[in-house]
Write a protein that binds this ligand. Structure first.
Ligand SMILES: [Zn+2]
Length: 477
């Protein structure tokens, strides 16, 4: 009798990429014997030395877990389909997590829902989720996953809590300013739920450490704020065959999806290439509504929990777009790209790469700059102004930023209107351009230099540096 065995993506590297195979046998044990004889490499991934099936591998005959049937001795017949399901809940942990009386009380509102129940809560306890970035998105995701009882939560972040974080990163309190985020996070999450294992990685996720860190987690939650790390997270998840719960935020708009290459598209199917550096402003440059990461983070936490308990329709193959101003959700269908460089039919990316280089940071983009932008420090600017030197200070921020703080005698010309208003400037002037931190003003200096202005310099560090070094009464934002 030939019975079909479905092979999960993670194991297809040992089966010549076959998604299914037909083998002959009377019991599950027979089938696996025949299967591993054909593909001996897979044996150690499925079985322990003593021949028992590894506890993070679940085997189903049709809809039934063989642990609830007769295990290896479970009989099979012609029309049966046998699935190998590497447990989403499990990883390096032992399979069955038991709930203590305290946990049963704590999770009672889950336990009385048939969709979760004791079995779902045990899956949550046995599950592990890695949060890449513990900022705006990572805050609500980590707090709700901790409260929901996800047994092992990994946090990776190298930042220190900053005052400007507190408007949205609700994991941290005012007293945490200056502390490493992960230290503050451990305290807060242990306070929410002491029955968990919190693991921290006080570092940046890089091509060198990513596979090793991510390998022991079931699900990866992308809470990053930059493109190199976003592509790195995607590629790690595709290579390890793990779901990537994606969220991104900007001003009033957010996106969420679940990229799971085994079952749908990946992030590169959606965005094969990153935008050129500088085209898409970061939240530090463009701002973000403080509540927005809460909304998007909640969607990510919900998707992670659904994946763990195996209920509902995950956001796989669907991109959710949220507009807080219009208060609308839209859903786009995402398709797997057969030409995707990493999850397509002929992948060209087969291991982790240099993601800064891929995103054009610190390499090609820099070489395109014909000459470095001339800079002036805030101290030098202050000295020149005190000495009564005639110079024209142009502030290229937006009017609402100008309202927060400004330097006396500065002329406001937002970067976007510099081209139209260039006639207001004289090429004989000594010009210093400034913005918040020096990034937009550097673009303005480049533009003015190309437009024939000779005496034009960029204020290094912008008004933030001025507030730090010259005038501490200026508010920072
Ligand atoms: Zn892809």
């Amino acid at each position: 009798m030939a019975v079909k065995i479905l092979i999960p993506t993670a194991l297809r590297q040992y089966t010549n990429d076959l998604a299914s195979i037909e083998v002959v046998g009377e019991t599950v044990g027979d089938l696996f014997l025949a299967f591993t004889r054909e593909f001996p490499e897979i044996r150690k991934h499925l079985f322990l030395e003593d021949g028992k099936i590894r506890n993070f591998v679940n085997v189903y005959v049709n809809d039934d877990d063989i642990r609830h049937l007769q295990r290896s001795a479970t009989p099979v017949k012609d029309s049966d389909v046998v699935s190998i399901v590497p447990s989403v809940a499990g990883g390096s942990q032992s399979g069955d997590a038991e709930l203590s009386p305290q946990e049963i009380e704590r999770y009672s509102r889950h336990l009385i829902m048939p969709e979760v129940a004791v079995s779902g809560q045990k899956k949550l306890k046995a599950a592990s989720v890695l949060l890449v970035g513990v900022g705006g998105l990572g805050s609500p995701v980590s707090m709700y996953l901790a409260a929901a009882g996800v047994g092992r939560i990994g946090l990776i972040d190298s930042d220190v809590v900053d005052t400007t974080n507190l408007q949205r990163q609700v994991l941290y309190s005012t007293a945490d300013v200056g502390r490493p985020k992960l230290q503050a996070a451990i305290d807060r999450l242990n306070g929410i739920n002491p029955f968990l294992k919190i693991e921290t990685y006080q570092e940046r996720l890089t091509s060198q450490n990513a596979l090793e860190i991510a390998a022991s987690y079931d699900i990866i939650v992308d809470g990053t704020d930059n493109f190199p790390t976003r592509y790195l997270v995607n590629d790690v998840c595709v290579l390890l065959g793990k779901p990537n719960v994606y969220g991104s935020i900007f001003r009033f708009e957010g996106q969420a999806s679940v990229f799971y290459a085994g079952e749908g598209p990946c992030y590169r199917c959606l965005y094969p290439e990153p935008p050129p550096p500088g085209l898409v402003p970061s939240c530090a440059e463009g701002g973000v509504l403080g509540i927005l990461p809460g909304t998007i983070g909640m969607i990510q936490a919900t998707e992670a929990v659904k994946l763990i308990i195996g209920k509902g329709e995950p956001l796989i193959g669907r991109l959710l777009l949220y507009d807080a101003l219009a208060m609308t959700y839209r859903e786009l269908k995402l398709r797997k790209d057969p030409d995707c460089p990493i999850c397509g039919e002929k992948p060209t990316v087969t291991r982790l790469i240099d993601y800064d280089h891929f995103c054009g940071i610190g390499t090609a983009a820099d070489r395109r700059v014909p000459e470095p932008v001339r800079e002036i420090s805030v101290i030098e600017l202050n000295n020149r102004r005190s000495a009564g030197k005639e110079l024209h200070l142009i502030d290229v921020r937006e009017p609402h930023e100008f309202d927060i703080c400004r330097l006396p005698d500065s002329l406001l010309i937002p970067l976007g209107s510099l081209e139209q208003r260039i006639a207001e400037l004289d090429r004989s002037w000594d010009i210093v351009v400034m913005c918040r931190s020096g990034i937009r003003s550097a673009k303005a200096v480049k533009f003015l230099r190309e437009a024939g202005f000779e005496q034009v310099e960029n204020l290094k560090g912008g008004i933030l540096a001025w507030a730090d070094e010259i005038d501490s009464s200026l508010p920072k934002y």
